[in-house]
Design a protein around this ligand. Structure first.
Ligand code: SAM
Length: 233
């Protein structure tokens, strides 16, 4: 994203220092080079580099190459994991179409601190990498009962439960609607009390992702892939 003002042809825009560094130092681009700008709400623009010096760069907008796309996709509720695994969840989730990440603190969550700014930067980088025109948002961490209390009426929350009950399958996870979500637990899994709390909510569908115990980041990617089939994104 190249800042907030509306995009229009011929406008000259300053880039962020990190973007300038990437174009000038990492990619070694010189003035005149063409670059693509992704900007939430404005689609994708072709631009020409006007000047680039260390952490400063300016581009001139040429024309819009892609119109903005409607933003739709699943919400991912996840128990924060060790740093690398949390980064992986946000990176893969962004590629797989998540529109909003909600960190959930459960009884067995080991990591209670979440660096929201860092995860926002990872989401932006992943959105650029997969050429996605919107960047998912990252919510502040909240306890499981609070997240459930705030869950929007009419949306389904699929809960990935290892060692699920005899009737749990993948249900209708491949026929999800915009705003539906997936909840994945921490390394230690959900407690019995949490399972009871989840099963008591009318909007919850417990699902199993097979008989193997998957790592939480693997379970997130697996569940989101199944949901992706429903969104056709
Ligand atoms: N320590 C737990 C145990 O041994 O039962 C395993 C927790 S697992 C590493 C982390 C999370 O991934 C779980 O809370 C669940 O949300 C998800 N998960 C892992 N395997 C799964 C499966 N086969 N089906 C559904 N969810 C699964």
């Amino acid at each position: 994203p190249a800042g907030k003002p509306p995009m229009e042809a011929d406008a000259v825009r300053d880039l962020e220092p990190g973007q300038a560094h990437y174009l000038g130092t990492v990619m070694r681009l010189a003035p005149g080079a063409e670059v693509a700008l992704f900007n939430a709400g404005d689609g994708e623009w072709l631009a020409s580099l006007v000047a680039v010096r260390r952490d400063r760069a300016q581009v001139r907008l040429l024309h819009r190459r892609r119109a903005p796309e409607p933003v739709c996709g699943p919400v991912l509720l996840f128990a924060p994991l060790k740093r690398d695994a949390t980064d992986m969840v946000v990176r893969m989730g962004t590629e797989l179409g998540v529109t909003r990440f909600l960190p959930v603190l459960t009884e067995r969550t080991n990591t209670h601190r979440v660096n929201v700014g860092r995860l926002e930067a990872i989401a932006m980088e992943a959105a650029e990498q997969c050429e996605r025109l919107d960047v998912p948002t990252i919510g502040e961490p909240a306890r499981l009962p609070e997240q459930l209390a705030a869950w929007p009426a009419g949306s389904t929350l699929f809960v990935a439960a290892e060692r699920g009950g005899p009737d749990d399958g993948v249900g209708e996870i491949d026929r999800v609607a915009d705003g539906d979500g997936l909840l994945v637990g921490p390394e230690g899994g959900f407690s019995d009390a949490e399972r009871r709390m989840l099963r008591a909510r009318p909007f919850v569908r417990m699902i199993t992702l097979g008989k193997r115990i998957l790592r939480a980041d693997t379970a997130a990617a697996c569940g989101l892939s199944l949901m992706g089939a429903g969104f056709r994104r």
